[in-house]
Design a protein around this ligand. Structure first.
Ligand code: SAM
Length: 305
């Protein structure tokens, strides 16, 4: 990547470095919170799929710097497959959110208390095979939701990254059975060209007699059993007609009129500007070995005959 490449001229990329955030995605959480104020009075929060940690940095600043009272009762737990460099006031767990043991690890840290807020910015490594990528992303959202249903207190808030694909309305319907209000929000710092958005689910209110369960092998229908998900709406009148109930979530663009557009770039990096170092270099990037081999002159291209 050259010094004046589009990424380096990207406004949010540079602002993140200036403000000490590890990634530009910090602004997505900040802009969502600016709209919904879900971080105003929270004490215990969980950040799923948290590395490199810019959302955890936002949470740490909001809970401990902006509102320094009652520090002893506050707790932030961040989970990711990747190791994370420490962040003030954040307990990090290196674990897979689809693994059942991860729930116990988080619950142990909360010592029996429930969380007020759970967020997930999870994204799997993309393979380029769209059906597979969409499936893995859906699994990640379902795992985050399953964890959330076991961790969140009634009335709590869940925020998760989604990709607005073909069947996203089905997810809105499912979430609507568990939360009082479900909104699809697009922060200004999220690129307009990307299908990325965030579901902001306010007021956790599981149906009476419904027990949250954690099992990634469970089908969505089984997970929502008793919530009337998958109910056939015209079944009584037309037995052979099959249609699942779907809903459209309200869509909100957030970030305020004075926020920059996600695709805004500096026209040219001024000649006298100094390049800032990364706030936190990656802990164990997949390309690390390739760089080591290259340095030793051992990175060779395999030729097939
Ligand atoms: N919110 C983060 C921030 O602001 O720094 C960025 C998150 S990044 C877009 C997505 C993360 O999801 C990656 O760090 C990846 O390791 C994590 N992830 C993907 N699948 C996961 C899984 N099954 N369990 C835990 N983390 C996972």
């Amino acid at each position: 990547m050259g010094k004046s490449s589009k990424d380096k001229r990207d406004l949010y990329y540079r602002k993140a470095k200036e403000q000490g955030y590890r990634a530009r995605s910090a602004f997505k959480l900040l802009q969502l919170d600016e709209q919904f104020h879900f971080l105003d009075n929270v004490t215990r929060v969980v950040d799923l799929c948290a590395a490199p940690g810019s959302w955890s940095q936002v949470l740490s600043r909001r809970l401990f710097v902006d509102n320094p009272q009652n520090k002893e009762s506050k707790r932030i737990v961040a989970v990711d497959l990747q190791p994370m460099f420490p962040i003030d006031h954040v307990t990090t767990i290196q674990a897979d959110i689809t693994h059942p043991k991860t729930l116990n690890k988080i619950m142990d840290l909360f010592e029996g208390e429930k969380a007020d807020f759970v967020c997930s910015d999870g994204a799997p490594d993309v393979t380029g095979l769209h059906d597979l990528d969409e499936y893995v992303q859906q699994q990640l959202i379902l795992s985050a939701l399953q964890l959330t249903t076991c961790l969140l207190r009634e009335g709590g808030v869940f925020v998760a990254k989604i990709f607005r694909g073909r069947d996203i309305d089905m997810l809105y319907s499912q979430l609507s059975f568990l939360f009082e209000k479900v909104v699809c929000a697009k922060p200004k710092s999220s690129r307009g060209t990307s299908l990325e958005s965030f579901v902001v689910c306010i007021g956790y209110k599981p149906p009476t007699n419904w027990k949250p369960q954690l099992d990634v092998n469970m089908s969505v229908e089984d997970f929502f059993q008793g919530c009337e998900i998958g109910r056939l709406c015209l079944e009584d009148k037309l037995p052979e007609y099959h249609e699942e109930p779907r809903s459209i979530a309200e869509f909100i663009s957030c970030g305020g009129l004075d926020s920059f557009d996600a695709d805004a770039t500096y026209h040219d990096v001024p000649a006298d500007s100094t390049a800032l170092d990364p706030v936190q270099p990656p802990t164990n990037p997949p390309y690390k070995r390739a760089l080591e081999l290259k340095r030793k002159g051992k990175l060779t291209r395999t030729t097939y005959v």
